[in-house]
Design a protein around this ligand. Structure first.
Ligand code: FAD
Length: 503
């Protein structure tokens, strides 16, 4: 490790930069985090932390603080013309966090900053990335201090978490291909009361004029969003205009009051075609932006950070430096970004459908399919992001004879988190693979050779049933995805796998 430079300079202290810096700091990486804004944002923008994000925060030992501060929403329902078409119940999902955690983004950022401060790192505020020069062995960043002074900082790696208008992306000359949706949307954070308001449920109301969505924030306080079907009539909506839309599209008898944020916004759908250029990476809104339908933007960004942090932490230790490992960030996360963008676009287009015949067909189909348990389970798994996987990752290996039965964990899948494992995967100060299962035959030799890369879950962890007692051997990545699936005596495969990671 080169101790004279920051290993990683993180640009942007939104939720993604904060998560990125916290994960790196937890893994003992020397990190600087800068943000051009002199104070944190007080905007509640993203309201939901989904189950998969909470599972990843569990690894970092900080999910509890978020759960204490948030409101657990049990599900979501879609209604039209006063009739419930579909209900998605989150209680049945296979996760230690079977709910949507409602928490304003400003609170999420505050808690992430608090977690980061626990590693002795604070955000350098009022410091702007003015320029960067990527090099073969390092990156040079020109930083503009609050007094206008400029400073050149060299770092091993730079991560651009600087949002939709990313300077990092611009300086690299990267395209942000995509388009803007044609109509404006209204947003209002306010108090709500009414006989049909379910306090812990996300309510979507399809109307022939467009969609209305109501998200709980705290008891009695909600976010209302609605599409306007055209250009916004002014700079910002007032309470009366929001009430008028809710009266028309929402449940009867709903009364709004006490607005704290009223705004119009427009939806952009864009992403880059590379998440990595040499020693520079992009994460979060700097790499992908999409409709807030599905509430996945911030969650996807935080998960970008969790994917990249352990790889960079190994790279600064000289493991997997410049090989497959770092490249896998681009292929794994770009595939997820593209999928999230596609789903959010589909959801938005379905919600804003204006053709009356199309609306009848849509409502009928959703009513029919929405009642089927497999469809409900699928929707819940997609919403909560527990079905995110890396089936095409270059880091996946399946050895001959690996368990193949129904439910057997496969390479690229999210590792089952039952029992003690939820707390052990990727935990601690070193990013290590977790060895699960195996017949014990080659364990000692593997640990002797790859002790810096792997730790063992047994014998003190009870092996969850899903790993099929005694049938297989798995290597779980520090971000909780299966890297290798092998038979119980697959020690050679395990050694080959770890050698591939370290190369
Ligand atoms: C109305 C609305 C509702 C949303 N709802 C949801 C939701 O329910 N769920 C969800 O998951 N997502 C939602 N999103 C999206 C979510 O807010 C974003 O995805 C999230 O903020 C992205 O985080 P980020 O850290 O990538 O970028 P940002 O939050 O944009 O942070 C980027 C940071 O970089 C700093 N910066 C920029 N340029 C520089 C520079 N040159 N030098 C130094 N610092 C710089 C900025 O000051 C900023 O602090 C919503 C967004 C909006 C607008």
């Amino acid at each position: 490790m080169n101790l004279s430079l920051p290993h990683v300079l993180v640009v942007g202290a939104g939720p993604v930069g904060l998560a990125m810096a916290a994960e790196l700091a937890r893994y003992q990486v020397k990190v600087r985090l800068i943000d051009k804004a002199t104070a944190p944002s007080d905007k509640s923008k993203a309201l939901v932390l989904w189950s998969r994000t909470l599972e990843l925060l569990d690894r970092a030992g900080c999910a509890g603080a978020f759960i204490d501060a948030g409101l657990k929403a049990s599900g979501a329902s879609i209604s039209a013309q006063g009739r419930r078409l579909a209900h998605i119940d989150l209680a049945a999902i296979d996760s230690p966090h079977p709910y949507a955690l409602m928490l304003p983004q400003s609170e999420t950022e505050r808690l992430l900053a608090q977690h980061l401060a626990g590693f002795g790192i604070t955000v350098e505020r009022g410091v702007e990335l003015a320029d960067l020069t990527p090099g073969r062995d390092r990156v040079t960043a020109r930083l503009r201090q609050p007094d206008g002074r400029e400073e050149d900082v060299a770092c091993d790696w730079l991560v651009g978490c600087d949002g939709a208008h990313s300077t990092v992306r611009h300086r690299l000359g990267m395209d942000f291909a995509g388009s803007a949706e044609p109509s404006d949307w209204l947003l209002a954070d306010l108090r709500i009361a009414g006989p049909a308001i379910v306090p812990d449920e996300i309510g979507i109301f399809w109307h022939r004029d467009g969609v209305l969505a109501v998200f709980p924030i705290t008891a009695g306080r909600v976010r209302v969003i609605a599409d306007l079907g055209g250009a916004a009539p002014g700079a910002a909506p007032d309470l009366a205009s929001v009430q008028a839309i809710v009266d028309r599209r929402g449940p009867a008898g709903t009364v709004l009051s006490d607005p704290i944020w009223l705004a119009y916004f427009r939806i952009n759908e864009r992403m880059v075609d590379h998440y990595r250029v040499g020693r520079v990476f992009l994460a979060g809104d700097a790499a992908h932006i999409h409709s807030p339908a599905g509430g996945q933007g911030m969650n996807t960004g935080i998960q970008d950070a969790c994917n990249l942090a352990w790889k960079l932490a190994l790279a600064v230790r000289g493991i997997g430096h410049g090989g497959k490992l770092l490249d896998s960030y681009d292929s794994e996360r770009r595939a997820v970004g593209a999928m999230v963008l596609r789903n959010a676009t589909r959801l938005t287009h379905a919600a804003v459908l204006r053709n009356p015949l199309g609306q009848i067909v849509r409502n009928g189909l959703v009513h029919l399919l929405g009642e089927l348990p497999p469809v409900q389970q699928r929707l819940a798994a997609t919403m909560t992001e527990i079905d995110i996987a890396y089936p095409d990752s270059p880091l996946n290996r399946t050895a001959r004879g690996a368990p193949e039965g129904r439910g057997a964990p496969r390479a690229g899948e999210r590792a089952p988190l039952d029992g003690d494992l939820a707390r052990r995967i990727g935990a601690g100060a070193d990013p290590k693979f977790l060895l699960v299962g195996g017949d014990g035959g080659g364990e000692r030799a593997l640990l002797e050779r790859f002790g810096a890369l792997v730790t063992v879950a047994t014998p003190d962890a009870t092996l969850p049933q899903k790993y099929g007692a005694g049938t297989g051997l798995w290597l779980i990545r520090p971000d909780g995805y299966i890297g290798l699936a092998a038979p119980a005596d697959g020690w050679e495969s395990a050694a080959e796998y770890l050698a591939m990671i370290a190369a």
